[in-house]
Design a protein around this ligand. Sequence first.
Ligand code: S3P
Length: 448
Amino acid sequence: MSGHGTAQPMTARKSGPLTGRAEVPGDKSISHRALIFGAMALGETRITGLLEGQDVLDTARAMRAFGAEVTRQAPGAWSVHGVGVGGFCEPADVIDCGNSGTGVRLIMGCMATTAMTATFTGDASLRKRPMGRVTDPLSLFGARAYGRSGGRLPMTVVGAASPVPVRYATPVASAQVKSAVLLAGLNAPGETVVIEREATRDHSERMLAGFGARVHVEKTPQGNVITLTGQPELRPQAVAVPRDPSSAAFPVCAALVVEGSDIFVPGVSQNLTRNGLYLTLVDMGADIVFENPREEGGEPVADLRVRFGPLRGIEVPPERAPSMIDEYPILSVVAAFAEGTTVMRGVRELRVKESDRIDAMARGLEACGVRVEEDEDTLIVHGMGPGGVPGGATARTHLDHRIAMSFLILGMASKQPVSVDDASPINTSFPVFTPLMTRLGACLEPAQ
Ligand code: S3P
């Protein structure tokens, strides 16, 4: 678990040019789901390309606690002997989901319609994050949740002994909430319906259909209406996890801001619910060529050739936010090196991620000499042009992997080095970040 060990400060210095091939690890969202759906299928699911970051390892441990047999057979190759829908056993101890909001929220969903009690906790970051957004809809199935004030962990969920199906319109654009409701719906009789006004990542729908559940998605003027037929027998699958577009964002954006860079990033997802950052970078004038479009692990992917070049600030369309929600920290670094102003509106969800990401980016960018403006739902970055960011500060990362990686990339292109107070959370999503970036030509070193 992250956040339980000692902090690892790290410094990035002016680097580059970055060159070569960046093979990023497996997708975090799909890795969690492969383990969870595998645990709910009857028989052996085999997974290749699993992200072996701490968040996913914590989910693997949780699935064992609920009775599935989960084993690592080779790097990235895992086997899950699932217990079937409704087959979970009650965990003997508290489930510690570490840093992972996806882990805890999806797992709460999949135990909430089985007659058992489970208690969940996590690290200092996860214990600050709201769980009511998941336990509110789970209570409609008949589950009960008892947590700290504000719906915070640690929290005990008492699963419904006689669950009823639910029709639920998600009040926030959240794939975690949608997925928790669908997972709970698996063990409820009849049809569970989730309505989402704005489309969020659709991995749960795609993968549940792949595991043999009946899932129907209808696009309506009110948004996507997702109907799941309860109590299916999930069939075990062979899951090939594609590379993570949210991790690919870091080398891609580093190459865009470090002078002279030219890199190749294979297999980046072009799933329309995940590719908002790439559309935005192209709008900013980024030199990105999308080569060899194809399908991998059930996802549309392309290879990216990315070259340094001038960028212009833009107004990011707010309706794009759900498809790039994890990418705003690194986008605000790119914006700092653009000419002109980048306006990011409709981003209030960033305040309840692993950290308050609007605040973390604003404070760190200011400390590095970049002018920013913010309000509850907005972040505005005034660009300083290529190589124009002074740097020379230490950013606080608040146990947030994406804040840590973003400021290290800022330091690769700033005039003065940039440090982060703790790089250890990077291990939650991108354990090979430092060797991968170093091989491309980044100057990263432990800070004093
Ligand atoms: C995720 C959904 C998003 C995202 C997170 C992963 C998922 O969270 O930020 O990193 O795998 O479903 P929200 O559902 O809170 O938007």
